[in-house]
Design a protein around this ligand. Structure first.
Ligand SMILES: Cc1cc2nc3c(=O)[nH]c(=O)nc-3n(C[C@H](O)[C@H](O)[C@H](O)COP(=O)(O)OP(=O)(O)OC[C@H]3O[C@@H](n4cnc5c(N)ncnc54)[C@H](O)[C@@H]3O)c2cc1C
Length: 387
């Protein structure tokens, strides 16, 4: 596997073990039929509890069954999962960073005790409902609202593009609390079998096909007071979760690019044209050299991000730079890898075009490339350019 400047020499034993476990899992359980899942638009659901058993959901949290592994180990895990498919990494990101993290950070003791072990084991599936049909890049415009009734709240509204909503047991729904002054955004734990909840599947996707995506409809859904996340109010709630998930994406995208690179490298050695392997042509070597360089630069950024996160110095703009750069890199480099595979490259028998199609989603979700550009621009100038 590509590790051109030997970054992995510095890994400790636990980090190596987590990387190897995830790599073997992907080789054995994901790669053999992920192309078929992509074609069929299905997610290999049988992997959900297996991933739980292997500790793939939020192992960087502490307590309630999570071992608090290093941020580098967590990043390596995301990298290996996305080398399998972005759908797989999205499953782990949503479950860990977008559902377990907010419960861990902002939940009551009872909420933590009820949900964290189940989610961590993959015995329950969670989803994160922030995006709405009319409010994507600007989620603070959300229209979904909660109003107090006798012993809790009633929720109304709709969410869309929600990873795993059709198979989720619980959704973290972000909504405006109309019963409080200034209508702050609050997080609600909504069990999907409650009356008034619907979770239609979105089927027309040409990207992230091996992942289940849906809507969440909320029609007079009664939620008891105990289901409100008590520890946060305002946009800080959802945005802090996104920072966690984007950290995983910054690492994960490297895995997709690396896998595309490795397929192209192998193909260049095996495929013969004009009497020998295409890898002997300078044009093909130039493509491999550029891919390897771009992947290595992205790795360097990810490793530094892990150091910053480990010592508590990671800022949202750091994550924006890494997500923005590394996903763009994976989007571009998977296309070059596809190109090197000629006609075979457009099939699901090889990974590059699947990764390339997945990257269209990864480029767009968790803050589009454009929005991360504006976050970095604001950090550099002190001036906002969002409106
Ligand atoms: C497969 C998939 C899974 C997803 N999973 C989830 C999930 O689990 N939970 C969840 O809540 N959401 C999820 N999303 C939603 C995702 O986060 C949004 O699609 C994303 O935030 C962009 O919102 P939008 O699609 O409404 O695009 P828009 O916000 O309408 O943007 C359209 C275009 O305008 C650009 N743009 C917008 N504002 C500006 C600006 N100020 N300046 C310059 N350009 C701008 C954008 O960059 C983009 O190119 C998912 C999306 C996909 C595709």
């Amino acid at each position: 596997m590509l590790d051109f400047v030997q970054l992995e020499d510095d890994l400790d034993q636990e980090e190596r073990m987590i990387r190897d476990t995830a790599r073997e899992f992907v080789e054995e359980h994901v790669k053999p039929d992920i192309g078929e899942h992509f074609e069929n638009g299905t997610f290999p659901k049988e992997l959900i509890p297996m991933m739980g058993e292997l500790g793939f959901y939020a192992p960087n949290l502490e307590g309630y069954g999570s071992p608090n592994v290093s941020e580098t180990a967590y990043g390596l895990l995301m990298q290996e999962l996305e080398a399998g498919d972005s759908g797989l990494r999205s499953m782990a990101s949503v479950q860990g960073a977008l559902v377990m993290y907010p419960i861990h950070a902002y939940g009551s003791k009872a909420q933590k005790e009820e949900w964290l072990p189940k989610l961590g084991q993959g015995d329950a599936v969670g989803c994160f409902g922030l995006t709405e049909p009319e409010h994507g890049s600007n989620p603070s415009g959300m229209e979904t609202y909660a109003e107090r009734d006798d012993d809790g709240y009633v929720l109304n509204g709709s969410k869309t593009w929600i990873t795993n909503s059709p198979i989720a047991d619980v959704a973290i729904v972000w909504a405006r609390d109309r019963s409080s002054k200034e209508n702050p955004v609050r997080g609600f734990l909504v069990e999907t079998d409650r009356d008034g909840v619907s979770t239609n599947k979105i089927t027309e996707k040409l990207s992230l096909r091996a992942s289940i995506t849906g809507e969440i409809g909320l029609n007079d859904v009664h939620i008891p007071e105990k289901n409100v996340l008590p520890g946060v109010s305002g946009m800080k709630g959802p945005l802090s979760c996104l920072t966690q998930a984007r950290y995983g994406i910054a690492w994960g995208a490297i895995g997709a690019a690396r896998d595309a690179f490795e397929e192209a490298r192998q193909y260049a050695k095996d495929r013969k044209q004009f009497g020998g392997p295409i890898g002997r042509f300078q044009l093909q070597q130039q493509k491999l050299a550029e891919m390897a360089t771009q992947i290595t630069l992205a790795q360097l950024l990810a490793y530094r991000l892990a150091e910053l996160k480990e010592c508590g110095d990671m800022q949202p703009q750091h994550v924006s730079m890494a997500k923005r750069n590394n996903v763009r890199m994976a989007r571009n480099q998977s296309r070059i890898a596809r190109e090197m595979l000629g006609g075979n490259g457009i099939t699901t028998d090889y990974s590059p075009m699947r990764h390339m199609a997945n990257m269209e989603t990864v480029y767009t979700y968790e803050g589009t490339h454009d929005i991360h550009t504006l976050v970095i621009g604001e950090a550099l100038t002190g001036l906002q350019a969002y409106q």
